[in-house]
Design a protein around this ligand. Structure first.
Ligand SMILES: [Zn+2]
Length: 138
């Protein structure tokens, strides 16, 4: 069965607002930091997602709250954690915000451009959350 390819359009959220979105999500999950494979898997599972090794970076939405992230790196490595965080950025910024989570279909990472930069910001904020919390607590 071929899946519809969903268009990626920039969220146009500022880095500050992307940061707010990440913090909101982590508070809902009662998580202070996301640094290990277990952490990011916990975030993903709570949202209805899973990962699969694939030939491309992106995501397939099966139904609302049911999706698969496609990764090209070795599961559990630092590069994989970064890739999962990046694609989670697309899920939040370019799928949920733009498509309201309803249509089934495929999202593929592009070569550069604003949507990729936004997903990178999301990933950086998500993976830095613990470090920042620790610094604030000190
Ligand atoms: Zn991407």
């Amino acid at each position: 069965m071929s899946q519809a390819v969903l268009e990626l359009t920039p969220s146009r959220l500022s880095a500050r607002n992307i940061g707010g979105l990440v913090e909101f999500r982590l508070r809902r999950l009662q998580m202070a930091q996301v640094s290990t494979r277990g952490d990011i898997t916990q975030v993903l599972t709570a949202m209805g997602g899973r990962t699969t090794s694939s030939s491309f970076r992106g995501m397939t939405s099966h139904a609302p709250g049911n999706f698969t992230l496609h990764t090209t790196t070795t599961p559990g490595t630092r590069a994989w954690i970064k890739q999962v965080a990046h694609i989670l950025g697309h899920y939040h910024l370019h799928y949920i915000l733009k498509h309201r989570g309803s249509p089934a279909g495929v999202i593929r990472c592009q070569n550069g451009g604003q949507v990729e930069r936004e997903a990178d910001v999301f990933a950086q904020v998500l993976l830095a959350a613990g470090a920042r919390s620790a610094a604030e607590a000190a």
